[in-house]
Design a protein around this ligand. Structure first.
Ligand code: FAD
Length: 337
């Protein structure tokens, strides 16, 4: 029988924080799960880790029970001429699933290509990119509830999905996501309204294919985002703030060039957090072993073996300065544990 063991977590988090846990346990099948459920009662802190691409690990992790979900597999639940419903193990790589579905003619996920992490991590912050959110293709999530000691199937409409939020993020580590059901399209509807995609495809809209959109998304991401193998990071470090019309109008008087998009049409707007950080002069700045990425101010990068406190020193300095200069509070996106 496997037991929780000592494990260095540097290769299990994309920021590359060099820290360990005394209690690392991999769940690869339902017999590991049974054992985990049994031993989890002995731990006051439990942390579920997927691909580690949206976490900043602090010394809290040392005594926690760290559960790595390795459950794999794709099963077809139902299939008709318009849709297919698949159940995917939480340990599958998100990007590999996007590629697999595209190759089978199961459409919808193309805009979410190349987002690092696992399928089980995707519902937690309702991943989103290029004008699409995970919630739009989620049917339900199957999980173990540590709090209520039972298995639970949560329908998408009950997952409280919103921008980079869900019931799973709000109640961090109450749930162990085991599999995710995705309801995909057999007939493709392109989602090309987002400006970066629109720019790339204006010449070929007539013969546009899902693979073309996938390729455009992948090449845009490769050109903008640092490779986590070369430069530790967790993608966007701050959420784009959401403002209502009167607040935006006031800000436009102070900053006529402010960058924003529609959030809820006619009600609210998303302000570019990267733009705010830029105009406050933070692009490329370094504090200790952490820097604001030169090509994209929304990303903080690990330049010299940073720990969680080092990351938060820079993050808090940015938050304070942006708030002081613009009146806007930036919210941290990754989970700090
Ligand atoms: C270069 C880069 C680009 C990125 N781009 C985007 C982007 O475009 N859009 C976007 O939304 N995000 C983006 N991210 C963030 C990240 O990839 C996603 O949030 C991803 O879904 C996290 O999945 P993960 O498996 O790595 O989760 P982890 O980082 O391991 O965990 C994140 C949170 O989810 C919880 N969790 C993970 N798995 C489970 C599970 N099975 N059960 C219960 N809880 C679980 C963890 O406890 C933690 O609270 C990016 C990150 C990087 C490094």
């Amino acid at each position: 029988m496997k037991k929780p063991c000592h494990q260095n977590l540097k290769k299990f988090n994309t920021f590359g924080i060099d820290i360990y846990t005394k209690n690392f346990f991999r769940v690869s099948n339902y017999s590991d799960l049974e054992y985990l459920i049994d031993i989890s009662k002995n731990y006051s802190k439990i942390f579920v880790i997927g691909g580690g691409s949206n976490v900043i690990l602090s010394s809290n992790i040392i005594d926690a029970l760290v559960v790595k979900i390795d459950i794999l597999g794709i099963n077809i639940i139902s299939n008709d001429s318009n849709h297919i419903l698949i159940d995917v193990g939480a340990g599958e790589s998100w990007h590999d699933i996007v590629v697999f579905c595209l190759s089978r003619g199961w459409y919808g996920l193309e805009n979410l290509a190349l987002i690092p992490g696992t399928v089980g991590g995707a519902p937690v912050q309702n991943i989103g990119a290029y004008g699409l959110e995970f919630s739009e293709y989620c049917h339900s999530v199957f999980a173990w509830s540590f709090k209520n000691n039972c298995f639970i199937e949560i329908k998408a409409q009950d997952c409280l999905f919103s921008y980079r939020e869900s019931i799973f993020k709000k109640n961090n580590n109450d749930y162990l996501i085991l599999s995710v059901r995705l309801l995909l399209d057999k007939i493709w509807t392109p989602r090309i309204g987002y400006h970066d995609i629109k720019k790339q495809i204006t010449n070929c809209v007539a013969k546009l294919t899902p693979t073309h959109v996938f390729d455009v998304v992948c090449s845009a991401r490769r050109s903008k985002l640092p490779d986590v193998k070369a430069l530790g990071n967790v993608g966007s470090f701050f959420k784009n703030p959401i403002l209502e019309i009167p607040e935006l109008e006031y800000l436009k008087l102070l900053f006529p060039n402010i960058v924003f998009w529609n959030h809820i049409p006619g009600v609210s707007f998303k302000i570019s957090a990267g733009w705010l950080i830029n105009i406050c002069g933070w692009k490329g700045r370094i504090i200790g072993p952490v820097a604001v990425y030169k090509k994209q101010s929304l990303i903080l990068v690990n330049i010299n073996n940073a720990n969680a406190s080092d990351v938060l020193v820079l993050a808090h300095a940015i938050q304070e300065d942006v708030c002081c200069k613009t009146g806007i509070s930036l919210e941290i996106e990754p989970v700090i544990f």
